[in-house]
Design a protein around this ligand. Sequence first.
Ligand code: GAP
Length: 438
Amino acid sequence: MTVPREQLMEKVVALCKRRGFVYPSSEIYGGLSGFYDYGPYGIALKRNIRALWWRHNVELRDDVVGLESTLIMHPEVWVASGHVDNFVDPLVQCLGECKRRYRADQLSSDRCPQCGGELSEARMFNLMFATNIGPVEDSASRAYLRPETAQGMFVDFKNVLNSMRVRVPFGIAQQGRAFRNEITPGNFVFRLREFELMEIEFFVKPGTDDHWFQYWRQLRMDWYTKVLGVHSERLRFFDHPKASLSHYSKQTTDIEYEFPFAWGELEGVADRTDFDLRVHQEHSGEDLSYLDPETNERYLPWVIEPAVSVERILITLLLDAYDEEDVRGETRVLLRFHRDVAPVQVAVMPLSKKEELIAPAREVMGLLKPWYRTEYDQTGGNIGRRYRRQDEIGTPFCITVDFDTLNDRAVTIRERDSMEQERVPVAGLVDRLRERFG
Ligand code: GAP
């Protein structure tokens, strides 16, 4: 069943809260705009996203290595990178009744969209959260929470080069928290003030950047469709016109998803030229050039950067997987998650709370736990209700232990999407599930 687009976000937000995926941060104090907490299934989903990204971009490759740099870096990093001067959005405030603040570049009229009031002149607002290092709060102790992880990889470029046997072309990958004091956070976890970035800085020989840019753009698109199972018709490329490029970029393509509110950026792939290594070389006085051992040429590598946040993938997967079906006059809500991202892959349930079913059900759970993310579900009423709950969190298979199990040592596998059931001997269950998961 196709859920009307205008209702989809509201339904997903409600499901996320009801089923333990996402909660507003500090909710008992009224919440905090742009900040969210992740419940047991939300954190499981995030961990799966992170792990799949790391697996495909680091572990399965021999030309990308990992890094973890600090959230607070030397303040000069952000001067050199241009963030202190350029990481700004134009801010306007309503001078009428409501006093709301907006990003001027997102408004289509010069009156307040909320109350029709007059708007102030735009002023540039820097999105970095500032803090102080040490006990004295003055400009000398000022530091910033990083707005991207990328700079850590540029600043550590020489360390990686000298300590690892890497040769251009190669990449450095990092996952970690980033902070942006967004003027207009919103659309649930689409635009946050605290989020988790996953970025690769892929260093290439000057002149080969066009080739590598095309390579990463396609590879990243394929990751969404082939690894995460996102509907390909809801994804597209958007090539930024020259005028809207960031200060460091020669070319940028966004991989966009058709969100219920509009097509929007899921991931950005940017050709950052040698901008970052060059400015850090100038500001730090350290030689950041690379000596090609084959040609003896010395140069500053150019950089192709795929960058995405875990939360933007999370909201994409939830929206993409959400579905409703009419089953015998009742609405069945389900998340059609790909098996690899599903927070729970298999749920084991005894048909009833009767003592004699609990031991075999727990035994089945013990068999599956080493292989699959397995949940034991004894509560929650009759079996139909428990199936519905698992459908809503996107569990691909439920295994039911019933009274026949006590005699035939077999259980029922129920598949989420088709709801089809299959009777399988406990002894062959792990193998059968392996076949079914494919
Ligand atoms: N180092 C490059 C960089 O940070 P960006 O386009 O500003 O580029 C990269 O951000 C990705 O981070 C975006 O494609 C999006 O997935 C995610 N992102 C950016 N701002 C975000 C926010 N406020 N909340 C959640 N995710 C965000």
